[in-house]
Design a protein around this ligand. Sequence first.
Ligand SMILES: [Zn+2]
Length: 89
Amino acid sequence: MSLPRELFTSQGADGQPGALLLRCTACGGELVCFEDERFLLCLTSRLRFRITEDDIPVMLMEEAERLEPSEVDALLAQARKRGLTVPGD
Ligand SMILES: [Zn+2]
């Protein structure tokens, strides 16, 4: 799957997407995009926003899942290992 390119800033001529334009509904912070697992993660709010089968991120607070700090740490480690864009890195 891949999220609609409109959700990203454009970047270069190689067609690679840039930064995610979406921000966390709770704090306005940047999100880590786990495209394969179909969710967006806010490290600050510890919120997980799911992505629908139609590749639409669900940014409603009521639909977001609050994670434990240990879960966020594990996901962050995974993101870094896989070279995903992590805000603040
Ligand atoms: Zn947040």
